[in-house]
Ligand binder design. Structure first.
Ligand code: ACO
Length: 425
């Protein structure tokens, strides 16, 4: 077995070397602390492999993203989101029969318990839908059984995939003060979501195939992204054997943050801010470069992709298609195009390899579709759900799973004695 040598304070340690199927190399340090007393230090886990996984492969330098070996470009062009869900969950593309059964199951389980509707009413209409989504997904455990770890959770995986889009649409309707629209089995997964969000119970609603296709693509592109912040959260929480619903609810909370899934909402907030400031986008480019300001160009940069984000490339084309079809004239979209153009030529952004990421274009598409900004991250969560479930399923099936428990380097006070309050100054 190949090993790496570590010399620490004059002593030599052999550490096993792992190699993945795409030749990624890792040094196994699991026994290091027992052997040497030392831990590895990697704040933010940017250089830490927390698991082995067969779900998604990313090469950030080369701009490669593959689910189960299939390039994202091929999946985005030829498959549907439901097909990708199947691929992520079960490891292979479905046959015609398998896909038909899977679609049937998703349609069959898309209703939520009627009593859950009362819970939506408890929220103020101004409540952020991500808060409602996280709470409702957690609450599914109360309605659909807190299935103990290691029991057959197949049904709850399907339930969650099927019901989360209904929850998302109901949260949207609640914020609009409109009546809920129930799922329709004859519609596609994405068409059904659009119908539940935008139609009224009394009217026939035409779903634009271009919008349906663009949204389906966004979902495919978001479906998994290996060990990102929310997926690592899912694995972290799941490692304690928490139930599936609680575990995914934790992933939703992690995704909500503006440095992660919340960035798509922040993109539009930033564009609106620039619009209100006489559309002076150049000022904000300068501000983003100024080290005395904490302003960042939202929707730019990525921890992993250092050349281009392959998802952003596909979405840029989808965004152009949607905007051309709808024929929308929106000053925000003009500002977005100008920011993109100027930033891509500016040495600050070029040197740091800061390119528009997937959130930059998805935010623009959502805006053109008429989806309010506070629903953007909910859409991201719907897309990421199959990835979270697939990663959780993979982890829980691993017989060697141990609870996630990182170490730390303590830098606080050394031992000191308690002083009575009268003696403190
Ligand atoms: N605007 C201006 N400068 C930036 C930006 C930005 N958006 N992003 C990074 N930089 C600068 C940093 O200040 C740093 O400059 P320095 O080397 O002079 O100190 C350099 O580029 C490297 O950036 P890091 O902070 O090291 O990048 P990191 O990998 O830690 O962060 C992140 C990545 C969080 C995505 C960051 O680029 C960012 O905050 N972007 C804006 C938020 C965003 O769009 N998030 C969505 C990510 S995609 C997703 O979650 C699906």
């Amino acid at each position: 077995m190949e090993t790496a040598k570590l010399i620490l304070r004059g002593k030599e340690y052999d550490l096993p070397v792992l190699e993945g199927t795409e030749h990624e190399v890792g040094i196994d340090v699991t026994a290091l602390r027992a052997k040497s007393g030392a831990i590895t230090f990697d704040p933010g886990y940017g250089n830490t492999g927390s698991c082995t996984s067969t779900v998604t492969f990313i090469d950030g330098e080369a701009g490669i993203l593959r689910y189960r070996g299939y390039p994202i470009e091929q999946l985005a062009e030829h498959s549907s989101f439901v097909e990708v869900c199947y691929l992520l969950l079960y490891g292979d593309l479905p046959t015609e029969n398998q896909l038909a059964n899977f679609k049937g199951e998703l349609a069959h389980h898309s209703l939520i318990h009627e009593d859950m509707k009362k819970m939506f009413e408890g929220y103020p209409p101004t409540a952020h839908p991500m808060g409602i989504l996280g709470a409702m997904v957690n609450s599914l455990a109360a309605f659909y059984g807190d299935v103990p770890y290691n029991q057959d959770v197949q049904l709850n995986m399907i339930r969650l995939l099927a019901k989360m889009k209904t929850i998302a649409a109901f949260a949207f309707k609640r914020s609009k003060g409109q009546p809920y629209v129930y799922p329709k089995n004859e519609l596609s997964f994405t068409g059904d979501l659009i119908n539940m969000m935008f139609s009224l119970p009394t009217e026939h609603y035409h779903i634009s195939p271009i919008i349906e296709d663009a949204l389906d693509k966004i979902f495919i592109l978001h479906a998994d992204h290996e060990q990102n912040c929310s997926t690592s959260t899912v694995r972290m929480v799941g490692s304690s054997h928490a139930n599936l619903f609680a575990t995914i609810s934790a992933g939703i909370a992690a995704l909500w943050g503006p440095l992660h899934g919340g960035a798509n909402q922040e993109v539009i907030t930033m564009l609106e801010h620039i619009k209100a400031d006489d559309c002076n986008y150049r000022k904000y480019i300068e501000l983003a470069k100024d080290k005395n300001s904490d302003f960042k160009l939202m929707g730019f940069g990525h921890r992993v992709y250092r050349n281009f984000d392959p998802r952003a490339k596909i979405l840029k084309e989808a965004a152009d298609r949607v905007l051309n079809t709808i024929g929308i004239q929106d000053p925000l979209l003009e500002i977005a195009k100008n920011l993109e153009r100027v930033a891509l030529e500016d040495p600050y952004f070029v040197e740091r390899k800061l390119y528009p990421n997937v959130d930059f274009y998805s935010g623009i598409i959502y805006k053109a579709m008429g989806i309010p900004t506070n629903m953007f991250t909910v859409m991201f969560a719907l897309g990421r759900l199959p990835g979270w479930i697939a990663q959780w399923k993979e982890m829980t099936a691993d017989p060697t799973l141990r609870i996630y428990r990182p170490r730390q380097i303590y830098t606080g006070e050394v031992l000191r004695d308690y002083t009575p309050i009268s003696e403190r100054n």
